[in-house]
Design a binder for this molecule. Structure first.
Ligand code: HEM
Length: 409
């Protein structure tokens, strides 16, 4: 019997998706789902199937249906497909990046930037990231209560990715607004089109400025390989900048925010980590597994009939892998719904798997390590200001993060 179609646009589901995923993993782990945009796709919910899907070359990143708002987004823009009403030039300016293409284009584009994201290169950023974290905490030293997302979890990664690329951080508030609309996808409503256009305009201006005045940053380096060596097209260049900016902060904000929430909803965990910092690297992996920043931003399309979990996905059909669900699969993790800061290496899928495995994973891990160390050092008495059940999750299906995290310092 074919499992029933499920509606992922349902606000009740989005507010607390874990119980639904648990039931679907049992009653039809590969099933049809309606995305918030209205598009129907195959939803993959179990760990083994997710791993297989993420590495199967027959599930392509190209040709995810356009005009589908949030749905189209995962592959094309890490956020959204441009709405149908938008000109093709705008769409192409943000959709020709490595996360939206297959080899050989994927290999070529990823190689252009991979050297900047190796563990060694990223580790060299540690002192500067520590300084940014310290400055942000200095800025709220006199406050008694803050929204930890707004004051810390958001500005830290955006400042870091802006500096790495060579983008002025003053623009970050505008940027945040557009980027929020982009990742909310179809659920951003009429704000989506203007947000994408504004973002594309912004990226074009940045590129023009940096062309006129090159610096010692990643953006200038990319312009050089475009202009002098012709190793990527202009659209691939602007799409790369778009991807790095959006992927570089929309996710890490949730790692810091979700992790802080998990520690503070039961302060014993906060105290335990404070007393034993050796737990921190493992704790970060457990935050990623337990309440990872990316829910379903994993879009693919079957290029031929593909069998997964006993179900044949017909050629041409869109596929969505729920990383959030896979990481709570009790066949992989017997006590999956328990947060265990000392869980041994769990091979979670929060950064994806296979050729599109997150390029920024070393950076995200380093930022989280620095963020939690700084918070525990400076604010050992940190506590939630409202009951954990009253916290609201951001709408949308691509990412998993809190709207606000009100805390007392
Ligand atoms: C790809 C998660 C931070 C850049 C991915 C994918 C996931 C992911 C799941 C693969 C999606 C798929 O297969 O469809 C995360 C999480 C982060 C994070 C959970 C934070 C905790 C970052 C950062 C950057 C970044 C800081 C920095 C620039 C990228 C890029 C790709 C990617 C460029 C595409 C890689 C490719 O297609 O080869 N990320 N990410 N991410 N991520 Fe991240």
């Amino acid at each position: 019997m074919t499992p029933e179609l499920v509606d992922l646009g349902d606000p009740a589901f989005q507010a607390d998706p874990h119980p639904s995923y648990a039931s679907w993993r049992g009653t039809g782990p590969v099933r049809r789902a309606r995305l918030p945009s209205g598009l129907e796709a195959w939803l993959i919910t179990r760990y083994d199937d997710a791993r297989r899907a993420l590495t199967d070359p027959r599930l392509s990143k190209k040709s995810f249906p356009m005009g589908s708002g949030q749905a189209g987004g995962g592959s094309r823009t890490a956020g959204t497909a441009p709405p149908a009403a938008m000109g093709p030039g705008i769409g192409a300016a943000i959709s020709k990046h490595m996360l939206a293409v297959d080899p050989p284009d994927h290999t070529r584009l990823r190689r252009l930037v991979s050297a900047a994201f190796t563990g060694r290169r990223i580790e060299a950023l540690r002192p500067r990231i520590e300084q940014i974290a310290a400055e942000l905490l200095d800025g709220i030293e006199k406050e008694k209560k803050v929204d930890l997302i707004d004051a810390f979890a958001f500005p830290l990664p955006i400042q870091v990715i802006c500096e790495l690329l060579g983008v002025p951080a003053e623009d970050r508030d505008d940027f945040r607004e557009w980027s929020n609309a982009v990742v909310a996808g179809s659920q951003a409503g009429p704000k989506l089109g203007p947000a994408i256009e504004a973002m594309v305009g912004y990226i074009h201006t940045l590129l023009a400025e940096r062309r006129a005045k090159p610096g010692d940053d990643l953006l200038s380096g990319l312009i050089q390989v475009r202009d002098a060596e012709d190793r990527l097209t202009e659209e691939e260049l602007s799409s790369m900048v778009f991807l790095l900016l959006v992927a570089g902060h929309e996710t890490t904000v949730n790692l810091i925010g979700n992790g802080a929430y998990l520690l503070l909803r039961d302060r014993a965990e906060w105290e335990r980590l404070g007393a034993d910092r050796g737990l921190l690297p493992g704790a970060i992996e457990e935050f990623l597994r337990y309440e990872g920043p990316v829910e379903t931003a994993t879009f693919r399309v079957a290029t031929e009939d593909v069998e997964i979990g006993g179900v044949t996905i017909p050629a041409g059909d869109p596929v969505v892998v729920s990383l959030l669900s896979a990481n709570r699969d009790t066949d992989q993790y017997p006590d999956a719904d328990e947060l265990r800061l000392d869980r041994p290496n769990s091979h979670h899928l929060a950064f994806g798997h296979g050729i599109h495995y997150c390029l920024g994973a070393p950076l995200a891990r380093l930022e989280a390590q620095i963020a939690f160390t700084a918070l525990l050092d400076r604010h050992p008495d940190l506590r939630l200001d409202i009951p954990a059940e009253d916290l609201r999750w951001r709408p949308g299906l691509l990412l998993r993060g809190l709207e606000e995290l009100p805390v007392s310092l």
